[in-house]
Design a binder for this molecule. Sequence first.
Ligand SMILES: *[C@@H]1O[C@H](CO)[C@@H](O)[C@H](O)[C@H]1NC(C)=O
Length: 226
Amino acid sequence: MSHQKPTSRLLTTLLVSLTLLLSPSLALALPAPVPAEPSSPDVTKLFNGLGHIIVLNSTSYSDASLSSDSIGCLSDAGYVVTASSSSDCATFSTSITSYPKTISSKIGGCSFGNQAMPTNEDSRYGARQHAWSCNEDPAMVPEGERYYTINGFKYPFICNGNLNCYYDIPRAPSSKEEDSKGDKVVVWQYAWGSEQMGITPGHLQVLWMWVPAGKQGEDGSAVKPF
Ligand SMILES: *[C@@H]1O[C@H](CO)[C@@H](O)[C@H](O)[C@H]1NC(C)=O
């Protein structure tokens, strides 16, 4: 009997480690900030209600900067467009009853589930993945496609699925004139693997940052990008 105790303790430890590994919010929890830094707000409180989604050209959620990395924002249809003021950016809403959340624009629910959107042909792993879009048809949002941010992030960067916190775009938007034409800048999931370790060659790896619209975050720390 006595020899079983260490075993079960080991099992418990393994289970706890596994739970930590599998839980997005815990697995990415960052170490406590060094005392000199101001403490970060709980960004999960900011990813709530209405907001804009700013696109940052960054490969690092810890170093990304709104002022130097912002290259645009997302439109009502789900494309990346140039942003000189918040009126250029769609106002999205999150479902408030559940976490992780769904995201909708005034058109409808947003997802990677619309088979009519282009696939990421240049990507080794994304050739069958469709671009993000917002659609009137609720069936375009697959069951289980949900969005969240992570307490410990400096800003409310939006992740989905199993820690997909980066996205793949073919290029930055260049002008308002171009935004209104046919050749729009779409967003794909960032898909990588042993045969393509980084972003699709020629594409940009980006973050989505939620900026609450209207109401401030609960702790009053909403970031003002414009
Ligand atoms: C995006 O970031 C990369 C890496 O820092 C940089 O080389 C590139 O010029 C940037 N592109 C745009 C459009 O900002």
